[in-house]
Design a protein around this ligand. Structure first.
Ligand code: CTP
Ligand code: CA
Length: 510
């Protein structure tokens, strides 16, 4: 009788237990299913942008891409293509201005192939011209205007969304280079622990930018010491909710090609015959210079001199020390109307933090094997390497590096000496803070240069304020919810079992 009396009670408890178990399993499955489907990557919505860097020595076309929904995050825009335009930079078309635009056709075609055709129309294309065009504008304004309208016509005919072709200022070039490298290094938006570390150690949060082109060079860095000494060198940015006080200067005619022209113009002042022994070229190297056009260049015109010959024959001497002394005269340190100067009476606050050195700084140092990271070489090692490179006879250099363009190869000795002179004599880097300079070609897949910063700015992709963000990412939120629910269900089940100990679980029955 007793046994038959407990049977219905036990079976009803079991039913309840079964239902509860079933419901909890269902809830867990539902939670997991929601978490998985919600977190499934959405179909990628990619946007593209094109920037043409019309430099003095050549033009490069860059294609960038980024996920549309993450536009305002830092470090999401990536370079996916670079195309080097054949021939000279656009300023080299001053005698055939109508050919400047068509020279870009091949790279525009390449961009058309990289970007899906459905997106061509919405893809912005910008062209920024730098120091080569600044010089042409000074020398021949109408030729510069014609070159710009020729490139504009070509870009308007391309299937992209043309946003302008203009000569950017040296200040913009410096600023956008600085924005590019700090964006790519992820220095603007800092994650929690990095923020904390920076506030504790007061480490420099951004990296300075050193850009060496063919016709100009830029130096840009955050400086705490900026007073109102030289307003034209000051920039203020508010990026991702932080203020930056930035010093920048662009030296026109101090890119490596124009620096060489300046040096030769100086040499021509004292030359006694039509041949010149040049310590900055390798022994056995010869080059002929046409005097007729030489002084038309705004970088040399102030040294204009009537000479009894039309061509200058240069012969290399391969003497690094003499070359350095020769180059040093390009940096006038005699007057400074400010508390401190770089050269030519230009304000320079004390150097601060790390520097990323790119463009020709990188090309030259990379060729000379002097870019070693993460431990930069000591300055005396760098100097001795360049010294011994300069001492090598031209025939030997040519044979050893037969795959390198002769124009580049013949000038690496001069360029190495010029870079050291610019950094040591010009900006006064020393043996100690030399280690703060990092020679960079690319950061991730993107080239270091001003173009990315230019596009980020013109497409409003760098917000002034930090975008409001929930503390957890969507994935972590769902994961945490699932975990909490599981814990909750288990606790409830456990509590229920503890307090209503069903008979089936009691000792002796189970
Ligand atoms: N592998 C390379 C590539 C380039 N160069 C040289 O580097 C210099 C500068 O190149 P770049 O930074 O591209 O200058 P541009 O942008 O053309 O000039 P600017 O910025 O002054 O307008 C040029 O003299 C070029 O001959 C080099 O020595 N080795
Ligand atoms: Ca450049």
């Amino acid at each position: 009788m007793l046994v038959t009396g407990t049977k219905p009670k036990m079976s009803s408890t079991r039913t309840i237990l079964l239902i509860l178990g079933f419901l909890s399993t269902l809830a867990v499955i539902a939670l997991i299913a929601v978490a998985v489907t919600q977190n499934k990557p959405l179909p990628r919505n990619i946007k593209y942008g094109i920037v043409l860097d019309a430099g003095s020595s050549h033009t490069n076309l860059y294609v960038y891409e980024w996920p549309a929904e993450k536009e305002n995050d830092t470090g999401v825009v990536k370079q996916v293509e670079v195309c080097k335009v054949e021939g000279p930079g656009i300023s080299g078309y001053s005698h055939a201005t109508e050919e400047a635009g068509p020279s870009l056709a091949q790279c525009l075609q390449q961009a058309k192939e990289v970007i899906p055709s459905a997106q061509h129309k919405e893809t912005p294309v910008y062209l920024g011209a730098t120091a080569g065009m600044r010089l042409l504008r000074l020398q021949n304004k109408s030729a510069a205007d014609k070159v710009l309208s020729s490139v504009e016509n070509t870009l308007r005919l391309a299937p992209f969304n043309f946003q302008g072709a203009r000569i950017i200022t040296g200040q913009e070039e410096g600023a956008y280079g600085w924005i590019t490298i700090n964006y790519l290094l992820g220095n603007f938006k800092q994650s929690g622990w990095k923020k904390l570390l920076h506030s504790l150690t007061s480490l420099s949060e951004t990296s300075g930018a050193l850009d060496l082109g063919g016709a100009s060079t830029q130096i840009t860095f955050v400086s705490k010491d900026l007073s109102l000494e030289s307003p034209e060198n000051q920039l203020y940015f508010r990026l991702y909710g932080k203020d930056y006080q930035v010093y920048t200067h662009s030296f026109l005619c101090y890119g490596k090609d124009q620096a060489l022209q300046q040096k030769l113009a100086r040499d021509l002042q004292t030359v006694e015959s039509s041949s010149l022994l040049d310590p900055c070229f390798h022994q056995g190297y010869q080059r002929t210079i046409n005097i007729s056009d030489f002084f038309k260049n705004p970088c040399t015109s102030d040294k204009k001199k009537e000479l009894p010959f039309r061509q200058l024959y240069i012969e290399g001497e391969g003497d690094y020390q003499k070359c350095r002394e020769n180059i040093q005269t390009l940096f006038n340190k005699t007057h400074c109307p400010y508390s401190s100067c770089s050269f030519n009476g230009i304000y320079l606050p004390p150097l601060q933090g790390d520097f990323g050195a790119f463009s020709a700084f990188y090309f030259v140092m990379n060729f000379l094997n002097l870019t070693s990271e993460p431990h930069p070489l000591a300055l005396n090692k760098v100097t001795s390497t360049i010294e011994s490179f300069c001492a090598r006879p031209w025939q030997e250099v040519k044979t050893a590096y037969h795959h390198i363009k002769e124009k580049y190869l013949s000038e690496y000795c001069f360029s190495g000496a010029y870079i050291l002179s610019l950094l040591e004599n010009g900006y006064e880097f020393t043996e100690e803070n030399w280690q703060m300079i990092h020679f960079l070609g690319k950061i991730g897949s993107s080239d270091a240069g001003w173009t990315l910063g230019y596009m980020l700015n013109l497409t409003n992709m760098i917000p002034a304020e930090e975008p409001a963000e929930p503390p957890l990412s969507h994935g972590s939120y769902v994961g945490l919810m699932v975990l909490c629910s599981l814990v909750l269900v288990s606790v409830l089940l456990f509590a229920w079992l503890l307090f209503h100990k069903p008979k089936c679980l009691q000792k002796g029955i189970v």
